[in-house]
Design a protein around this ligand. Structure first.
Ligand SMILES: [Zn+2]
Ligand SMILES: [Zn+2]
Ligand SMILES: [Zn+2]
Ligand SMILES: [Zn+2]
Ligand SMILES: [Zn+2]
Length: 316
């Protein structure tokens, strides 16, 4: 009698008290973007405490959509102060409300930043970047990657100054080991890739048009297009059209358009599922744009919107 009541009460207590999350969950926190860290803090008390009290989830601050559009200098300060001055990565993707002052304050309090990514942060100026980079390079030798694509009005002089500051930070052999930049991998940021040799600065002077832009390499190795028989097909996206999915250069004869209006090479185009109305595929960035029609065939956003207002009997 006693035993059975004991066992039922212990069973009851295990059901009422859920187990704490697996230890691995706490390690994962350090690799998540800020938004997901905040979401995780609402899962349970132990994760909430880890997010609140541990420094580890905050050392690599990656702010992407949906937080990016709401991030301003004040919120940035709150987020980065959780690293206690030990911030390693500051990646603000498309955060247009962050200003030069906001960036400068974070940089002054976090001298150990090694990766600074502020692509399309249009509230930051080239002068603001230069000041932040100078501050970091003077105070420590940590900064080794800078992404500034999409900041307005970056001129060759800015780029030269930035590269000069950064190069003082790196031994020559490391500068020479830089990896190629592929079009289809642009904008991807991973805190896992910390130790790899990435480009010092993502922008370059395009060898074809001499504008300061992202310059892409061709993933096809020793690819040489007819127009430039002696030069490899390195260039900005305006000089050399590239496939959204595989990053290779595309000649006009094999250029295909996706339903998202991104361009694809013929080879990738042939392999992708197509819209059952317009016969266009989506590139890999936009696969979540598919809708399905009532007979479960794929239908692109444009055709789906165009079909609204009609019933299937109307169409027939
Ligand atoms: Zn160019
Ligand atoms: Zn392709
Ligand atoms: Zn090529
Ligand atoms: Zn369509
Ligand atoms: Zn696309």
């Amino acid at each position: 009698m006693e035993e059975s009541s004991k066992s039922s009460s212990s069973q009851g207590s295990t059901m009422e008290q859920p187990q704490p999350p697996h230890e691995a969950m706490f390690l994962v926190l350090a690799y998540l973007p800020v938004y997901e860290v905040l979401v995780m803090s609402q899962v349970c008390i132990s994760l909430r405490d880890a997010v609140r009290n541990d420094i580890l989830p905050w050392l690599n601050a990656v702010v992407e959509w949906p937080l990016s559009s709401r991030l301003n200098d004040e919120i940035l300060m709150k987020i980065t102060s959780k690293a206690n001055g030990g911030l390693r990565t500051l990646a603000l993707m498309n955060c247009m409300h962050v200003t030069d002052e906001g960036l400068q304050r974070v940089v002054e309090q976090n001298p150990l930043i090694s990766k600074l990514h502020v692509p399309a942060c249009t509230g930051i100026t080239p002068e603001g970047i230069l000041r932040a980079v100078k501050t970091l390079c003077q105070r420590s030798n940590c900064l080794n990657t800078l992404s500034i694509n999409g900041i307005y009005n970056i001129q060759k002089e800015h780029l030269d100054m930035l590269t000069l500051n950064l190069k003082n930070n790196l031994p020559l052999e490391e500068q020479q080991k830089q990896q190629p930049i592929y079009y289809h991998e642009r904008g991807s940021i991973s805190v896992f890739k910390r130790e790899e040799n990435q480009h010092l600065v993502d922008l370059e002077t395009c060898p074809k048009c001499f504008e300061v832009r992202m310059v892409y390499d061709c993933p096809r190795g020793h690819c040489k297009r007819g127009e430039w028989p002696l030069a490899p097909c390195r260039g900005c996206k305006f000089c050399i059209p590239r496939c959204e999915n595989c990053g290779r250069c595309i000649g006009s004869e094999e250029l295909e358009e996706g339903a998202c209006e991104d361009i694809l090479c013929l080879e990738c185009w042939l392999q992708l599922p197509k819209c059952s109305f317009c016969n266009k595929p989506y590139c890999k960035q936009h696969t979540n744009w598919w809708s399905t029609s009532s007979d479960s065939s794929l239908i692109c956003k444009v055709c789906d919107e165009n079909s609204h207002g009609y019933t299937y009997t109307d169409v027939l």
